[in-house]
Design a protein around this ligand. Sequence first.
Ligand SMILES: CC(C)(COP(=O)(O)OP(=O)(O)OC[C@H]1O[C@@H](n2cnc3c(N)ncnc32)[C@H](O)[C@@H]1OP(=O)(O)O)[C@@H](O)C(=O)NCCC(=O)NCCS
Length: 190
Amino acid sequence: MLRPRLPRRLDTAIPDLELVPLGEGDAEELFALTTANRAHLRRWLPWIDDVRSVADTAAHVRNGLELRRLGLRMDYTVRLRGRMIGSIAYHLLQPAHRFGVIGYWLALEATGHGYMTAAVRRLVEHGFVDLALNRIELRVAVGNCASQKICARLGFKEEGVLREAEWLHDHFVDLRVNALLRSEWVTGNG
Ligand SMILES: CC(C)(COP(=O)(O)OP(=O)(O)OC[C@H]1O[C@@H](n2cnc3c(N)ncnc32)[C@H](O)[C@@H]1OP(=O)(O)O)[C@@H](O)C(=O)NCCC(=O)NCCS
């Protein structure tokens, strides 16, 4: 897999919406956004209760940077006119298999405008064009309709359901596997 020498900002099709590589200086803003959206994010994100302080977010950022150096992970903040509104990542990269898994979230007030669809579309393009990926996967909890709609808009194919694959606070949820192959990718899809 090609490894970008320097992580760079990725613009999107929406003016003023860009993906900016997550850096150590982002911890405070990221923690503030996470904590302000706790109830919204808790519905689908299992890790939210583990984030109790800026130190927890700073540790997450440092861990992400280390994995980025190894070519195993790539985190971005989603920014509108420079202000952080969410997060998106290749939270798993397997260079040997040219395979990446995307995850994301948006602040509640930023939902409903197509921002995440545009962000995912751009990260997919980055994956196929710059990282030479062959397969990009999105695992979505069954019932998470907003996230499943993003997969559908971008032409991901539903491949099946992993039963009780994730522990969400107090119960297991099933995860739907959605994937897009390089051979299926249509520029500008969605
Ligand atoms: C998943 C999540 C990011 C989806 O947010 P979202 O705002 O629905 O997604 P988008 O930014 O792509 O916006 C799509 C919405 O904007 C609308 N929209 C407006 N203009 C649009 C455009 N140009 N393109 C696409 N959608 C547009 C769509 O109709 C859709 O609204 P609808 O659901 O009422 O039909 C958000 O719900 C979230 O953060 N949830 C909690 C965390 C989470 O579940 N993460 C994913 C785990 S797999």
